[in-house]
Design a protein around this ligand. Structure first.
Ligand code: GUN
Length: 277
């Protein structure tokens, strides 16, 4: 049976260290989270972020705009935050309503306050192998888990399922920068199981049950980024955990796997941006 990767414990360790560090600071870091509309999942995530920030001594503000705010006005609000020297980190919770162009909004965020690492400057630095102001939180958390469990990346075949700008693309680049051989699969991939069976490190970030036991290689590492409710209302991930864990070497559970690491890395990014400014 696989080693169950304890994301919750690693995240708690990161947060304990951050809390200690923040307690020695005269001035505290300030994270501002923008939510547009009231998507239920987004509200849960935004509140979790605020709660964790407060626990660690990070000042946090949630700004909630109504669903029908225009792109122009949202950009104006972000510009105000860029110019406010009491705000050190800005996060615009995604997804945004359809009438707003996500890329235009991300472009409006100052790269120095871009706590997600999504701006053109920070994602460009990532692509170029330079150090961005912040690494995207979920990919950063995944790399941290692999390192914490001494899972070799260099020379390994990493297969990423999902090509989102939030997880799939940046984790693929980060693994490539660490000398993995990387394959990215997505909804149009025709021979998914043939490819996933070759993975030494399999990362699934899809949001539906998609990875089953006949799709994994014995002793592989499986990282499950998916989180959603199944038909019985139980929180679950992309991977058929109970069956896959009998075959692979390491696996993350859902919940208590990648999720807490995303929040811990968001807190770490906030502190790092603050220290930069
Ligand atoms: N929505 C889901 N995950 C994320 C994330 O990491 N950052 C932002 N801004 N929105 C998200």
């Amino acid at each position: 049976m696989a080693v169950i990767i304890n994301g919750k414990a690693v995240a708690e360790k990161i947060c304990t260290e951050l809390k200690q560090k923040i307690s020695t600071m005269d001035k505290k870091p300030h994270l501002t989270v923008i939510q547009v509309g009231n998507n239920t999942a987004s509200s849960i995530y935004v509140n979790l972020k605020k709660k964790k920030a407060e626990e660690l001594g990070i000042k946090s503000t949630i700004i909630n705009f109504e669903e029908k705010i225009t792109e122009e006005n949202l950009i104006k609000e972000i510009t105000k935050l860029n110019n406010d020297n009491q705000v050190h980190a800005i996060l615009v919770q995604l997804p945004l309503p359809k009438h707003i162009c996500t890329n235009s909004i991300i472009k409006a965020i100052s790269p120095l306050k871009d706590v997600d690492g999504f701006t053109v400057q920070n994602s460009g630095d990532l692509l170029n192998g330079a150090v961005p102001n912040a690494y995207p939180c979920t990919p950063k958390g995944i790399i941290r888990l692999l390192e914490e469990y001494n899972i070799e990346i260099s020379g390994k075949h990493a297969v990423v399922v999902g090509r989102s700008n939030i997880v799939g693309k940046p984790i693929a680049i980060m693994l490539l920068n660490k000398n993995a051989t990387v394959t990215v699969c997505h909804s149009k991939t025709t021979n998914l199981e043939e490819i996933t069976r070759q993975a030494d490190i399999l990362i699934s970030a899809v949001g539906k049950k998609i990875i089953f036991k006949d799709m994994v290689k014995p002793n592989a590492t499986v990282i499950d980024v998916g989180i959603f409710k199944d038909e019985n209302g139980k929180t679950t991930g992309d991977v058929d955990f109970e069956n896959v864990k009998e075959i692979v070497g390491y696996i993350t559970p859902v919940p208590k796997g990648v999720g807490p690491m995303t929040i811990a890395c968001l807190m770490e990014n906030t502190v790092e941006l603050f220290e930069h400014q």
